[in-house]
Design a protein around this ligand. Sequence first.
Ligand code: LMR
Length: 400
Amino acid sequence: VFSHVVRAPEDPILGVTVAYNKDPSPVKLNLGVGAYRTEEGKPFVLNVVRKAEQMLLNDKSRVKEYLPIVGIAEFNKLSAQLIFGADSPAIRENRVTTVQCLSGTGSLRVGAEFLARHYHQKTIYIPQPTWGNHPKVFTLAGLSVKTYRYYDPTTRGLNFQGLLEDLGSAPSGSIVLLHACAHNPTGVDPTLQQWEQIRQLMRSKALLPFFDSAYQGFASGNLDEDAQSIRMFVTDGGECFVAQSYAKNMGLYGERVGALSVVCTAADVASKVESQLKLVIRPMFSNPPIHGASIVATILKDSNMFNEWTIELKAMADRIISMRKQLFDALRARGTPGDWSHIIKQIGMFTFTGLNSKQVEFMTREYHIYMTSDGRISMAGLSSKTVPHLADAIHAAVTR
Ligand code: LMR
């Protein structure tokens, strides 16, 4: 009865890893998925995470009962404080509801399903380009997806004018997806002044901000700095949705730890919203898993462990920044045609190289370098040892 089923294509990002795994070449390099690797090219479990896991293991009072539908209360509270700031008036006034979800994707999906059911506008504007999963998550949740201009390929920077025009002509009340920092895939963020202009425009048109925060601490190495865009929107007292992920900043990729926060204008609204979020979550995954969120709560609530975390986080961010410099220098040393300064200007995990799909295909075929076909490379997958190989491949791709 299923013989009619058509084979689906691999996921544009996770499928890159599938292809990489099949390649027997010893020089192969996976710069597709945004996952941090050490200088040795190995996955990295933070020491502070190992320590937290050991503490959890030693605590014999811990049980495996179901969590409440909204997850671990302490995790939710600490997550809200991390993203909004411990002194946030919205938290103080109980205007925020935070629910534990399955990493960033699950948080986006729960937020989107809630909006599709309870918000008067069903259109969400997403940046062009954006993370490949965004349009799918929102469409399947029942929202209709439109794009706003974001990236300018000629400057390899922000198309700020286009962004203002498109949001300026969006119908009042529309939802707008914003990347809190380290925009994926472009690595291009608005400046703080530009954020302020975006905020003013959005509030004047009652556009509803939905932030995707997948890289807090990963862009600048500083947790507060990377949350500034969100905090600007929360400080003005208006509504705001935030999907938070601990995949990158705590290296908890496979643990699927995240949270959805909805900032409301009054405490009783927030509590009613939470009651409806439970109705979204219960039939979707019933209640979230314990382990990853317990790790996060253990680290966030202990000031020593929190400090240890920030040091490890900064080290990851710094290694990525150093990879940018090394790749830029390597291309310059080879005299590779083109202006590659965007490699050091863009921030976060990815560089949007400007390489086209043919050049990417060539690099994969001839150099066994795996990346998404839009020319995005994960800088976190690179090391001092592999920079020359990548630079050779880029040089060959643009000069052939
Ligand atoms: C990425 O963009 O590579 C990451 O966010 C991983 C993913 O799930 O796509």
